[in-house]
Design a protein around this ligand. Structure first.
Ligand code: ADP
Ligand code: MG
Ligand code: MG
Length: 892
């Protein structure tokens, strides 16, 4: 096994082995770009080290061999006293990971070689500056010394000199600083700063390995769902110097604007500086375009290289470079991060430039980005005009744009929201006690916690805007106020605006504008030449996705309005119409009568009153979805949901009795509520069980569907109704309902002289149904996987209870990387679905298969459903474009 690769040996596809940085350094080297020579120690070596606690025995020799070759090439030895070769030791995992060890520059400098460096460069100041940087970086990241100690010493030196920046310190100052730094190292670590260059290098390499398991790195991996067993590579790269005077410098650049996708000159440059200075922001950088006047030759070469890289990677790249006395060096490149809007624009721009084909364009964007583009957003032109200003930034935890009065506890949030006010709940962090307040609020802002914090998880579950971990904002719960950097105070009741897509927090009200992408889906913006570039890009990509996909996409919708919107968004039918939503409001009383009915006549009368109402709903729905399938699910929830709350009713009855008045209706109601009360309604009398114990309920619903369909057909429409039975656990249940239903349907068909071609199928949402799917398929025209309930019943937890309680802990401990309600649990729930698909199709090859849980609109789940061969996914109207896009990508 080979543990070390020279930069000339690797390539960009070896990211697993060489890490992103190493693979791309190799790629650039092989493209003939000016990369300082070096080599990469593989992630395999790191894995051995992490597993066994020591470097693989062969590693030392291999590193020696590559180091010797490097020394040969450079004509000098590492740390050689009269002319030292210096190197940087750089971490670099497959995925770029903040929280891992920083890079150590200038390795090989020592008391002996600093003089050699000064002599060779003819610049004593430079030599001492490089040495003090080495001790500082090495001390902090390899030896674990508190970095502030070095910073303070540096500040003190600047103060003593009246110097405003480090450039103003001269060789003498830096020399004393080196002494001071060495003193700090000895004092803090009990040993001297290592003078042996090879020892410096080996310690730095080991520190990079160790940093893989640093606390922050582990936390980051959990949050970003990066596997813990990948390990990191280590890059040893010969130094080039941007701190050799005004004709040297260092910078970063993008091959196009990561915010808009526009091609042009984007980046920052800092003269007379070493790499880390640019990001550290210790001195002011200049825009990259100015490099043209500073050093035209290097600038032109850089532009040339950026073009080469774009053509080669066929994508936006970001770049780190250094200029050493007029010579340009490339130190890093990678395919750059970009905003959601830029991702769509860039993908289509690259197609137009002939750099990628259309299938590749589909791969370059994703549903999460599309979802982001669909949220209403703040009107950025109105920020900072006095009405609103940005006061801080946190983690974009749950997207959206929310505006409201800041409130600092749950009770206040509830009280003010009841009074009709819009509020933002502001907390240091949230816990289950804050739930009511979170529900009442427009959005949630916390100053602590990351993407898996309670606030973030619960807000995402509720679809509420959330910014968390805004650490620069001080939340003072006692004083009920928020203090921003600079002392600006937001008191309770002051309006703030939070942007859950960017993490920005504003004081004041930022006006919200609708998303141009939604305007397009709604059909209010035509994707023609006048439209904005983003709209045209989205339109093109959606057209590609639709052309590509095999999965059909339906909507979960219960009324004509939602159905019409869903259709505009591209829905190919309704996959779930929840009839219980038609039983609410004024009709609740009719349901109450049904539940309270003591005789068959009373029962029939109640059902007869409901029938025309139900039928009316269906007529509208079939009309909105004319020519497309509409799956109507018969009543699912337990009946007590339609009755008053047990406690409230008991109190009312007790009070009335105390006053000596008795209301008979209330007493009957109370009896019924008591009778229907269940310890665990989720597992109680609901779904098909209701249909079997309440005579006439399901047949009334079937009749409403069939009559509505017959009406539509008579009116010249093309209704395609599908009747779906919920919560079936065994085929016998389905048989009972089906027999009754078929009688009703046959009767209506005969009376109206039409063939309604109604399908009767079932939800698969209980483990038993999934396991016996082969039997159930004998009696079903279709299956629709109810993955919400299936997830609850497979895991044995109820969503409403657990998301706010232990999910945070589970996500933090890495028990799951993402909530199984968000993305389908492939190994558990997914395996049952897959098995049921196979058994169902085996029993009945023409069985229609779909899914109607929330997962139908989740990108990763859509790919899974495509893979196991479902016919369609169904999701809420707003998720339809996401599902269309992901279904297209899954087939690409
Ligand atoms: P990060 O992943 O944090 O960007 P890098 O390894 O890229 O860490 O290095 C940090 C900084 O040091 C970057 O600006 C980089 O360009 C610079 N740097 C790294 N290696 C060298 C080198 N051999 N010569 C000059 N500058 C270097
Ligand atoms: Mg870098
Ligand atoms: Mg269900």
């Amino acid at each position: 096994q080979k543990f070390v690769y020279d930069f000339t040996e690797g390539n960009k596809d070896l990211k697993d082995l060489l890490g992103g940085k190493g693979a791309n350094l190799a790629e650039m080297t092989n493209l003939g770009l000016p990369v300082p020579p070096g080599f990469t120690i593989t992630t395999e070596a790191c894995k051995v080290y992490l597993a066994s606690g020591s470097e693989p025995p062969a590693l030392r020799d291999e590193v020696s061999t590559h180091l010797e070759a490097l020394e040969e090439k450079m004509g000098k030895k590492l740390g050689q006293a009269d002319d030292p070769l210096l190197v940087s030791v750089r971490s670099g995992a497959k995925f770029s990971m903040p929280g891992m060890m920083d890079t150590v520059l200038n390795i090989g400098l020592s008391d002996a070689s600093v003089a050699g460096l000064a002599a060779q460069s003819g610049d004593e100041r430079f030599a001492w500056d490089s040495y003090r940087r080495l001790i500082q970086m090495f001390g902090k990241t390899v030896l674990g010394v508190d970095g502030d100690l070095f910073e303070e010493a540096l500040e003190e030196a600047k103060r003593a000199r009246n110097a405003s920046t480090d450039v103003d310190l001269d060789a003498g100052d830096l020399k004393s600083l080196v002494e001071e730094f060495k003193g700090i190292v000895s004092e803090q670590t009990g040993r001297d700063f290592p003078q042996d260059p090879r020892e410096q290098m080996d310690l730095a390499i080991r520190a990079v390995f160790d940093s893989w398991n640093g606390e922050r790195a582990k936390l980051y991996r959990r949050q970003e769902r990066i596997p813990h067993d990948l390990g990191t590579a280590v890059n040893v790269c010969s130094m080039v110097f941007g701190n050799l005077g005004p004709d040297s410098g260092t910078g970063v650049a993008f091959t196009r604007d990561p915010a808009s996708g526009q091609q042009g000159v984007y980046g920052d440059y800092l003269a007379n500086a070493q790499g880390e200075d640019v990001v550290a922001g210790i001195r002011n950088t200049v825009p990259l375009a100015e490099l043209e006047t500073i050093d035209k030759k290097s600038y032109d070469q850089l532009m040339q290289i950026m073009e080469t890289l774009e053509n080669h990677y066929r994508d936006l790249c970001d770049i780190e470079f250094t200029i050493e006395r007029g010579k340009l060096w490339m130190l890093q490149t990678r395919v750059g991060k970009r905003t959601a809007a830029a991702a769509f624009r860039i993908a289509t721009q690259l197609v137009d430039q002939g750099l990628i084909d259309e299938t590749e364009a589909l791969r370059r964007v994703n549903g999460a980005q599309l979802a982001q583009l669909m949220f209403p957003r703040f009107d950025e032109s109105r920020i900072g005009d006095g009405a609103a200003e940005r006061i801080g930034r946190g983690i974009a935890a749950s997207p959206g744009a929310a505006v409201g009065a800041a409130v600092f506890d749950s009770a206040t949030a509830v009280a003010r929201a009841r009074a009709g006010e819009k509020v933002i709940l502001v907390r240091r962090e949230t816990n289950p006690d804050d739930l009511d307040g979170m529900i009442a609020a427009e959005g949630i802002l916390t100053s602590r916690g990351g993407k898996t914090s309670h606030a973030a998880v619960v807000a995402r579950g509720m679809g509420k805007t959330c910014v968390c971990g805004a650490e620069e904002l001080q939340v003072d719960l006692k004083q009920r106020r928020l203090t921003a950097p600079g002392g600006l105070v937001v008191a309770e009741g002051d309006v703030i605006s939070i942007d859950g897509s960017t993490g920005s927090v504003y004081r004041g009200e930022v006006p919200v504008v609708p998303s141009p992408v939604v305007e397009y889906f709604e059909g209010r913006t035509r994707p023609d030449e006048q439209a904005d570039e983003l709209v045209r890009a989205v339109h093109r990509i959606m057209t590609l996705a639709d052309g590509n996909r095999r999965l059909r996409v339906r909507a979960n919708a219960d009324n004509a309005e939602d159905a019409a919107r869903a259709r505009r968004f591209g829905a190919q039918g309704i996959g779930l119409c929840r009839t219980e939503h038609m039983f609410l409001g004024e009709r609740r009383e009719l349901v109450e009568r049904l539940v309270l009915a003591e005789t068959e006549e009373e029962c029939e009368a109640a059902l007869a009153a409901l029938l025309p109402l139900q039928k009316g709903d269906f007529v509208e729905l079939f009309e909105a979805m004319d020519g497309l399938p509409v799956t109507v699910r018969l009543l699912d929830p337990p009946l007590h949901e339609f009755l008053p709350d047990l406690t409230e009713l008991s109190v009312r009855v007790a009070l009335a009795e105390a006053r000596g008045e008795t209301d008979e209706d209330d007493q009957r109601l109370l009896q019924a509520v008591r009778r229907l009360h269940e310890q665990n309604p989720m597992l109680g009398l609901r779904g098909v069980r209701l249909g079997l114990v309440i005579p006439g309920l399901f047949t009334m619903q079937v009749r409403a569907v069939a009559e509505a369909a017959a009406d539509r057909a008579a009116a010249g429409g093309d209704p395609r109704a599908e009747i779906m039975i919920p919560l079936v656990g065994t085929v016998q249940e389905l048989e009972c309902v089906r027999e009754e239903a078929e009688k009703v349907i046959a009767e209506i068909q005969q009376a109206r002289g039409v063939d309604l071609k109604l399908l009767i199928g079932t939800m698969i949402e209980l483990p038993r149904a999934a396991v016996t799917a082969g039997q159930i398929a004998e009696c079903a025209d279709f299956f629709s996987f109810g993955t919400n309930d299936l997830t609850q019943t497979v895991w044995g937890f109820s969503r409403d209870d657990v998301e706010a309680s232990f999910f945070t802990a589970y996500l933090e401990k890495g028990v799951f990387g993402v909530s199984p309600f968000e993305t389908i649990d492939k190994d558990g729930v997914g395996a049952l679905v897959r098995g049921a698909v196979e058994a169902g199709r085996a029993a009945r090859p023409d069985l229609k298969l779909g899914v109607c849980g929330e997962h139908g609109g989740d990108p990763e789940s859509v790919h899974f459903f495509h893979g196991i061969g479902l016919d369609y996914v169904s999701c809420s109207p707003f998720r339809i474009p996401v599902a269309r896009l992901e279904a297209g990508r899954a087939a690409a």
